[in-house]
Design a protein around this ligand. Structure first.
Ligand code: SAH
Length: 218
């Protein structure tokens, strides 16, 4: 019997190992993160027609004008979020197909994730359940507002591009909590890491990325 989580041919262990090696070569160091890139079956997050390309290091379309993030960028953001991480809860903005969510799920205790397209969220909820991922809570809504109910969060990760850092998200960061967010205009953004220090927000740039926009309002 074919185990859908293992895959065959273009989705095999060997194909995934190649992707992991590529990310290693590009400077991803966290074995925990690389392990997740290897374990999470990315071909189950894209349309069947694109499954053969699922382990290439590129973003791919997932319908409704949205994309699945490039594995390198997912790995980079996850590594940055978890480097020195001492918390339990993470808020994710921009669930999309849930690939980033799945990569994070085994590495943190609890994830709260917000997506503005309910149809996408419905499918993703089912997909993660099918993969036996249960430590994620989903909410349809506007990510600019965060999710106050379960905050403050030890980490916040935003997987859509904001033209400025959302004030509400800063307010929902716990002490020493860390926000990873692409900031800038459509087409190219600065991946930004903000840490909530005692008396200020420390800001570091992690390089250039390109995400779909974090849409404002409805
Ligand atoms: N995390 C995904 C990629 C997400 S693409 C992955 O792992 O592949 C960005 C997602 O952000 C899209 O699904 C889009 O609908 C969502 N999004 C855009 N603006 C938003 C907003 N204001 N609030 C919540 N989600 C938003």
């Amino acid at each position: 019997m074919i185990d859908v989580k293992q895959g065959i041919g273009m989705t095999s262990k060997r194909t995934r190992d190649r992707l992991v090696q590529r990310l290693r070569d590009q400077g991803i160091r966290s074995e925990a993160v690389l392990g997740q890139i290897c374990d999470v079956p990315r071909h189950l997050f894209v349309d069947e027609a694109l499954a053969s390309r699922a382990y290439e290091d590129t973003a791919l379309p997932i319908g409704l004008g949205q994309t699945i993030s490039q594995p390198y960028v997912v790995a980079r953001m996850t590594e940055a979020l978890l480097n020195g991480f001492q918390g339990e809860t993470v808020l994710e903005i921009g669930t999309g197909c849930g690939y980033q969510t799945a990569v994070l799920a085994a590495l943190v205790k609890r994830i709260y994730t917000v997506e503005r397209i309910p149809e996408l969220l419905r499918k993703t909820r089912q997909r993660l359940r099918d993969l036996d991922i249960y430590n994620v809570q989903f909410r349809p809504g506007d990510g600019w507002e965060g999710w106050r109910k379960y905050g403050p969060y030890d980490g916040i990760i935003v997987t859509a591009a904001a033209d400025e850092i959302p004030e509400r998200l800063l307010e929902q960061l716990s002490a020493n909590g860390r926000l990873i967010i692409p900031v800038g205009p459509p087409g190219g953004q600065e991946l930004t890491m903000v840490t909530n220090r005692d008396d200020h927000y420390e800001q570091v740039s992690l390089g250039l990325v390109s995400f779909v926009p974090l849409v404002r309002g409805k």
